[in-house]
Each structure stands twice: as C-alpha cells, then as structure tokens.
Design a protein around this ligand. Structure first.
Ligand SMILES: [Fe+2]
Length: 275
C-alpha cells in the first residue's frame, strides 16, 4: 500500500504554531495524508521547543517532531524528550544524550523509520558522529528491518544536503533538508526513488527574516549589539513538501505546499521595540 507523507518546514514561533493550528487538519483530510513530520526546534520563540509547545503540536496532528542544533535550548525539553518517542533529537549526538534520533512506526500496512541527522558543518559547539557514515548505517538498518527510511537532514550548507541526497538515492525514500528555513526550488525524485529537497521552508511568517521581525535583524547586522529576535506575524503560511511513496518503499512524487493562513489568534504585530 502506498503512503503519503507531509514534511512540514521548521515551525517558527507562535506564528508557526498558528499556521499549523489553522491549516494542518484540513490539509491532512483533503490530501489523505498518512504521516506528518515537522521540524519543531524553533517553535518556542524561534529558539528551542518547550514541553508545552511540543505537546500542542502533537495534538494538532503532527506525528513526529524532529530537531536540530536547538533541540536542547529549553530546559524542560531536556527532561521531557526521553519520555516522548515522537520527539526526535539528532541521532548523531552522543548516544547517552537525552532523547533518541530514530523513530520506527507503522503507517497503514507499512513500517517506516524517521531518521533525524544533524549536518557536519557550521555547528561548532557539538562533537557529532559523522552525519554521512551514521545516515548510511541507519538507512541500511531500517531497510534490513523492512522499514521505509525517511531522513530529515538538519544541515546548513546546501552542498552538504545535496551530497546527502545523492549518497542516499535509491536507499532512503526521502532526504528532506531543514535549518535554512527558506523553501528551495529543487524538489525532485532522485534516481532509485528518493524524494529530495534542499530545504522545506518554514511554517510561520513568510514576510520576515526566517520568521523574525526584519527591523530587529537589520539593527543586529548594523550595530552588532545583541538583541532578541522578535516573532513576526506578517504573511503566515503552512509550508512543506508532500511525498508519495509506493508499496515498494520508493518515492514516486514530491510536491511543495504553501498554504496562506489568516491567523485569527490575538498577537502582537511586528515591532522594532524589545519586549
Ligand atoms: Fe537549526
């Protein structure tokens, strides 16, 4: 039996959560989506994922939340992540770290394996297992267990993500890049049935700097004075990619999704003032 998987882009702040709240359930029903995977490491104010927000996102219809270099930013998540197998941290953190980087689950009649990997470059404060060696190992292991490997690759350079896609083509059913928070225009099916995109964008404000208020980001660039990034609510959208996987575990289609959301919740508009 074929399955349809939605990979949502990084959920940034309350605008991102509102986008999920308003648009995910109708989309899930309208497009007969079997599994929803989302990067949630910026759901709490853009920096980390608090326990309460993680539970809210799971209730809103996300099946597996993936992380990246910000997964431990909120202290209550450091404790909670061990208790909830639906929240992943990168698999290449030290094995004794809180949480896990792989989630096996059954979708319809198919066994799938969601694998969360952090890139090698640009994350200097971590000492990770090599992303490529580990990804290859975990994908092979998933196939050996009869599961369809779905790789969420949280990495910075586009070349690193493309390299991962090509290394795993014909092995993983999907290699979906995150972290840049900008939807890239290269969604494709690689040889052997691997759905690939360099970055699946962000859920939340599109008229912003990665979901943040532009004036604050401009000020930071000009002055080098540290200041808090502010959440932005301008042009909310639910963003991601839909991937169809056939009964042999190969991807046959990938489609980018952008759904504008009104965002009826009360919110503070973009402002240049610090809270
Ligand atoms: Fe990140």
């Amino acid at each position: 039996m074929s399955i349809r998987v939605l990979f949502l882009g990084e959920i940034v702040g309350r605008g991102g959560i509102t986008s999920v709240k308003d648009a995910l359930r109708p989309l899930r029903q309208a497009r007969s989506i079997d599994l929803v995977i989302a990067n949630g490491e910026g759901a709490t104010g853009g920096f980390g994922l608090g326990k309460a927000h993680s539970m809210q996102l799971l209730k809103l219809g996300i099946d597996v939340i993936t992380g990246g270099e910000k997964i431990y930013y909120k202290l209550d998540m450091v404790e909670f992540i061990d208790k909830n197998p639906s929240i992943l941290r990168p698999a290449n953190y030290p094995q004794q770290n809180p949480g896990r980087g792989v989630r096996y689950l059954t979708v319809g009649e198919q066994k799938v394996c969601v694998i969360n990997i952090l890139g090698n470059a640009d994350f200097p404060r971590t000492h990770l297992t090599n992303a490529f060696i580990l990804a290859q190992h975990l994908v092979d292991q998933a196939r050996a267990e009869g599961a369809i490997p779905l790789v969420q690759f949280h990495a910075s350079p586009t070349a690193e993500k493309l390299t991962m896609g090509h290394m795993l083509k014909g092995k993983a059913a999907a290699v979906i890049g995150t972290h840049s928070k900008v939807l890239s225009a290269d969604a494709t099916i690689l040889e052997g049935g691997t759905a690939y995109i360099t970055d699946n964008g962000r859920c939340g404000s599109q008229m912003s700097v990665g979901g943040f208020d532009p004036p604050s980001e401009i000020d930071k660039q000009i002055t080098a004075v540290p200041r808090r990034s502010l959440e932005c609510w301008d042009s909310l959208e639910l963003v991601g990619v839909l991937v169809d996987i056939d009964d042999e575990g190969k991807a046959v289609a990938i489609e980018t999704i952008r759904i504008p959301v009104e965002g009826k919740e009360e919110h503070t508009p973009c402002t240049n003032e610090s809270p």
